[in-house]
Each structure stands twice: as structure tokens, then as C-alpha cells.
Design a protein around this ligand. Structure first.
Ligand code: BGC
Length: 472
């Protein structure tokens, strides 16, 4: 985008420009959530059209997650090289092609190809959505704006439940999967006029463009923030992935990778993907189970809204600690309930309430805070690559848990499986308490400076906060 285009894009669009930009970019999250959620319903009817062996079924199911890991692996580097905005546009096109391919698939190989393509787009979206928003947002509201992306993930999952329901009678799986083309078009059209991230522009020598974007998205003077970006860019030593292994970056890598894996091995997607199955086993009929699943989707959205309202006020650490603590308790209860003999009506309700509370605690902590933190704690020079690495770990762990959950419940039984998730949550709690830094209200450059000075595991000190506040 040339300088004049950027000026045009950022000029005269009113005070809500930053919110509009963030909301449009957060459509990445909507596609991520929708495309991961829609398959559970579509799957019931694909079986009527094509004959699939269990292995092929597994490949169709997990194809998108494998694609997402691939997309995340290359997406980070592409975001650094091509720019955040351009990758969002490419991602929207890939989403469209993936959804179309699945919708018109004449046979299983084409369907799998569609799932893989769609997965690559999900991988791109899972990195570049939070990355772009965090870089364009003012520090004071960065947490809330970046977490809009996670809100859209949860909304996407919920919408997919409704779309599944709407097309269920007709068994129209092609329409279910094809619906993903609509948000892809909205995202592509919406992003055409949005500016590139000021940090990426600055790093690529386009200082005037960076200033123009900052001036449009900040109230008041942008000199301080530009100076901070400049200092950070000057300190950079290189952009290769090997730089990530430099000793001063290691703590941030450990935090990112740890949270990526903990977000998945504590069991969220066992619930999101298998909720109806779990609920049916508590003695509810199919209809009640589906309704309760929608309830879980609604709670996921609502609690993410609560997290967004709190995240820039109470900080990231507190939300994580409370959220994961609650997950430990609800998982322990689930383990006990499934363990008790003579599973009856009351216990069924206790199990359902515990599942809902478990999702609520995830939605207030690990759900949004993981994606936010990994967009904040890496230095600009390696931000895309670092987020790529961490996101690959997240999708890898997601794939393992989703494939393992049916096997675990069949072999270990439900109580042990939930206790296993509970033990993982306890480990996540200890990990967060010891290692996760607070990033609330601080500029991305200040966070990077801390890292350089080896202060990664401190809660933001009052001095840091007040100096940042005065800069804002
Ligand atoms: C996770 C997904 C999960 C979703 C549920 C996201 O933060 O990365 O794996 O399905 O939250 O809301």
C-alpha cells in the first residue's frame, strides 16, 4: 500500500476507526471458530453421501487441524515478510476456496483437500488476527481489542451450532460447509480499506506510513510511541527463527509454548467437540443434549465478554489464575460425578452444570489470555515467527487431544480422563503462577525491554505502569 493509500484509508473515518478495524480483523476469529465448529454437525450427514472407513473419517475430521498447524507454521513467517494485512487478505481467499471445495466435493479426496485448505486458512487466521489487532491497538485497550478475536472465535463456534441445526433436517452438509464463504467475503472486502500495522510498516522502513496510521488510531501525540518503536527496531539483531533461541528470549518462548499446550491438554476441545456425546451419557435425550450444547456455546461467548471487560483492568495474570483454578475444581467434580455408581437425574444435572462452569472458567482465562499474551510478549523482529511456532504447538496439542479423547474415555473411563485433565490444569496453574508475566497497560516496546533486561517473570511493577500511563 502506498503512502497516499494509507493516508486515504486512515483519514476521516471517525473516532470509531480503531474499533472498526479491530472488529473487521476479528472476523479472522469468527472464521476460525465457525470452521472448527461446523464439521461436528456436517459430519453426521457426510456419511450418508460417501462411504468412509473409520480411518478416512479420522482424516476428514482432523484434516483441518493438521492444515491449521501447517498454516500456523508458514503463517508467522508470511506475516513478517508480506505484512499482517496482506496475509489477512490472502487468508480470506484461502478460506473461501477451502469452503467452496468442501461444499462441492464430488468425492472424499476432494473433501479432504478442502478440509486441509480450510485448515491452512484457520492456521493463518489464528496467528494474524490477534497479531494485527495487538499491533494496531493503543496499549490502554489492547487487551480488550485483541480479545475481540477470541470473542469472535466463540461466536463462530456458536453460529456453527445454529447453522448445523438449521440445515440438519435437510441433511444439507454441503450448505453447512459452504456457509463459511460468507464471512470470508466480508473479511476480504472489509480489509481492503484497512491500514497495515504501524509496527510492521516502521520495521520495513515506511516511517511516514507508520506515523499516519498511529495518528489516525491514537488520540493526541504519537511521537513517544513512534520513538519507542524506533528504539526497538534499532535494537534488532536479525529475523531468523534461530534468534528465538537466544537466551534472553527463552523465557518468552517457554511461556508461549507452555500456555499453548496447557490451553489444549486441559481438555477444552474434548468438551467443545464432544459435548453432545458427553451429555448423552449423563442420561439426557438427544434433543436435550443438543440444547445443552448450545447452552455451552452461549456461556463460552458470554464469559468471553466478561473477560474482555476485565482484562485491561484486573490484568492477564489474575484472569488466568482464577480461570485455571476454576477449571481444576470443575474437572475434579466431573471426575467424582462420573465415578459415582448409579448415575441418576441429580448427578446428571451436576455433571451438566460442571461442564458449563468448566467452559465458563476457560472462557475467562486460558481462552482469551493465551492468544493475547502470545501477541504481546515477543519482540517485533521475531513476533510473527514466534507466534507461528507457539500456534503450531497449540494446533498440534489440539489434534492430539481431539484424537485421543475417545480412546481415553474408552480405555481409562470418563472419571480418569477428567482427572487427567484436572492434573494438567493443576500443572497449568503452577506454571502460570511461576512464569507468566503481567503485560497490562504497557506498551509492546516496554514489554520487550523488560525481556531484554531479564525481568520476564515479574508482575508489572507500579513504576513500570505509571511510567507507561504517563506516556499514554
Ligand atoms: C482455543 C480453541 C477452542 C476455543 C473455544 C480457543 O481459544 O484455541 O481450541 O476451541 O478457544 O472457545
Amino acid at each position: 500500500m502506498a503512502t497516499t493509500d494509507i493516508r486515504e484509508a486512515v483519514a476521516g473515518s471517525g473516532d470509531r476507526f480503531i474499533y472498526l478495524t479491530a472488529a473487521l480483523a476479528a472476523l479472522n476469529g469468527l472464521l476460525f471458530g465457525f470452521d472448527t465448529g461446523i464439521i461436528s454437525g456436517a459430519f453426521l450427514y457426510i456419511n450418508d453421501t460417501f462411504t468412509m472407513s473409520p480411518l478416512v473419517e479420522g482424516i476428514v475430521m482432523s484434516g483441518a487441524m493438521a492444515g491449521a498447524a501447517l498454516g500456523a507454521a508458514v503463517g508467522g513467517k508470511l506475516a513478517d515478510r508480506l505484512g499482517r494485512r496482506r496475509l489477512i487478505l490472502i487468508g480470506a481467499v484461502v478460506f473461501f476456496v477451502g469452503s467452496l471445495t468442501m461444499a462441492i466435493a464430488p468425492n472424499v479426496p476432494v473433501l479432504v483437500a478442502g478440509r486441509l485448505i480450510d485448515g491452512v486458512a484457520i492456521g493463518f487466521a489464528s496467528i494474524v488476527g490477534p497479531l494485527y489487532i495487538s499491533e494496531i491497538a493503543p496499549p490502554k485497550i489492547r487487551g480488550a481489542l485483541t480479545s475481540l478475536n477470541q470473542l469472535m472465535v466463540t461466536l463462530g463456534i456458536l453460529i456453527s451450532y445454529f447453522v448445523n441445526y438449521a440445515f440438519a433436517d435437510a441433511g444439507a452438509w454441503r450448505l453447512m460447509l459452504g456457509t463459511g464463504m460468507i464471512p470470508a467475503v466480508v473479511l476480504a472486502v472489509g480489509m481492503v480499506k484497512m491500514p497495515e500495522s504501524p509496527r510492521w510498516l516502521y520495521e520495513h522502513g515506511r516511517r511516514d506510513d507508520a506515523r499516519a496510521v498511529l495518528e489516525r488510531t491514537r488520540e493526541g501525540d504519537v511521537d513517544d510511541e513512534l520513538a519507542e518503536i524506533e528504539q526497538t527496531v534499532e535494537k534488532q539483531s536479525g529475523t531468523s527463527l534461530r534468534d528465538l533461541l537466544q537466551p534472553w528470549l527463552r523465557p518468552a518462548l517457554v511461556v508461549g509454548l507452555g500456555l499453548a499446550v496447557f490451553q489444549q491438554i486441559t481438555g477444552i476441545n474434548a468438551v467443545i467437540y464432544y459435548a453432545p456425546t458427553i451429555l448423552e451419557s449423563t442420561g439426557f435425550g438427544s434433543a436435550t443434549s443438543i440444547l445443552a450444547t448450545v447452552g455451552i456455546g452461549v456461556i463460552n461467548v458470554l464469559m468471553t465478554v466478561v473477560a474482555i471487560a476485565l482484562i485491561d483492568r484486573v490484568g492477564r495474570r489474575l484472569l488466568l489464575l482464577v480461570g485455571i483454578g476454576g477449571m481444576v475444581v470443575t474437572l475434579a467434580v466431573l471426575g467424582v460425578v462420573f465415578y459415582l455408581p448409579g448415575f441418576s437425574g441429580v448427578l446428571g444435572w451436576v455433571a451438566t452444570a460442571s461442564l458449563m462452569l468448566f467452559v465458563a472458567f476457560f472462557a475467562i482465562g486460558l481462552g482469551p489470555v493465551f492468544w493475547l499474551l502470545i501477541s504481546e510478549i515477543y519482540p517485533l523482529s521475531v513476533r510473527g515467527s514466534a507466534m507461528g511456532t507457539v500456534t503450531v504447538a497449540n494446533w498440534g496439542a489440539n489434534l492430539v487431544v481431539s484424537l485421543a479423547f475417545p480412546l481415553l474415555t474408552a480405555n481409562l473411563g470418563k472419571p480418569s480422563t477428567f482427572w487427567l485433565f484436572g492434573v494438567c490444569s493443576l500443572a497449568a496453574l503452577a506454571f502460570t503462577y511461576r512464569l507468566v508475566p503481567e503485560t497490562k497497560g504497557r506498551s509492546l516496546e516496554a514489554i520487550e525491554n523488560d525481556l531484554r533486561e531479564n525481568v520476564t517473570d515479574t508482575v508489572a511493577t507500579a513504576a513500570d505502569e505509571s511510567s507507561t500511563t504517563s506516556r499514554e
